[in-house]
Design a protein around this ligand. Structure first.
Ligand code: 1SD
Ligand code: ZN
Length: 261
């Protein structure tokens, strides 16, 4: 266990580029999005297909996060906006912090949110998620930011409810009812075209620079207790998983677009 802990510290975010040279590229994620330094654009509508049917879904503790997948492949597809092609839903997962004042990966005007959800899609032409990782236009990732609300958000209750059952790394649990992804991915149809978008990377090693990021400007709500339920998950060492976000990376020569209606 002692040896493992040393390895874990060694491979922490600050040391990733020693182990994975791809983690020190010029298109790394996350970033701080400075709202005063974005270019306003009006792209074609972003479209999500297949979200109006409930899909049987399961949540897994990967040791780094809780990941939700559906049993049906190609259940949900994404296109439009900055995307030139069709992208297939792979999984969604969460990043959070030790308390309600930190946790998001991307920052907005240097502000951190208590949670960020990533819905990961791969380009349909590449046939599989793993193949898509080999191409610079391989992934599209929808990012949702959360703030603390006094009331629990009912949309996330089915997910939060299974977390105690998957406390240990490697455990998974099917949700009691098929999940209507529409509520999760399009919480407010009137606000879905208001987002920031930029070219970036996976936020975990090997930090591949293959992702088109789409960060919604609208914030979602979770109660303190709902957020706290994620912090009870355990990592590989059996310790509480209380900090799974990567610090922001240099913007370098990138432009962040702000899509407006
Ligand atoms: O951190 C996730 C990681 O868990 C895995 O899901 C990977 C591939 O999808 O993506 C990264 S992230 O860049 O979506 N945060
Ligand atoms: Zn992520």
């Amino acid at each position: 266990v002692f040896q493992n802990k040393i390895n874990l510290i060694f491979v922490g975010p600050a040391n990733w580029s020693k182990e994975y040279h791809t983690c020190s590229g010029k298109l790394q994620s996350p970033i701080n999005i400075d709202e005063h330094n974005v270019t306003n654009v009006s792209l074609s509508p972003l479209r999500l297909i297949g979200i109006d049917n409930p899909h049987q879904s399961y949540v897994t503790n990967t040791g780094h996060t809780a990941t939700l997948r559906t049993n049906e492949s190609k259940a949900v597809m994404l296109s439009g906006g900055p995307l030139e092609n069709i992208y297939v839903f792979e999984q969604l997962h969460f990043h959070w912090g030790e308390n309600d004042h930190e946790g998001s990966e991307d920052l907005i005007n240097n502000h951190s949110f208590p949670m960020e959800m990533h819905a990961v899609f791969y380009k349909e032409d590449y046939k599989s998620f793993n193949e898509a990782l080999k191409h610079s236009d391989g992934l599209a990732i929808l990012a949702y930011l959360y703030e603390v609300s006094p009331q629990p958000n009912p949309t996330y209750e089915p997910i939060v409810k299974v977390l105690p059952d998957i406390e240990t790394m490697g455990k998974g649990k099917v949700l009691q009812e098929p999940l209507l992804l529409e509520n999760v991915l399009v919480p407010d149809i009137a606000k879905i075209q208001d987002y920031f978008t930029y070219p970036g990377s996976l936020t975990t090693p090997p930090c591949l620079e293959v992702a088109r990021w789409i960060d919604f400007k609208d914030h979602q709500q979770l109660s303190h207790d709902q957020l706290a339920a994620f912090r009870d998950l355990r990592n590989q060492e059996g310790d509480k998983l209380t900090h799974n976000f990567r610090p922001v990376q240099p913007l370098e020569n990138r432009e962040v677009l702000h899509n407006i209606l």
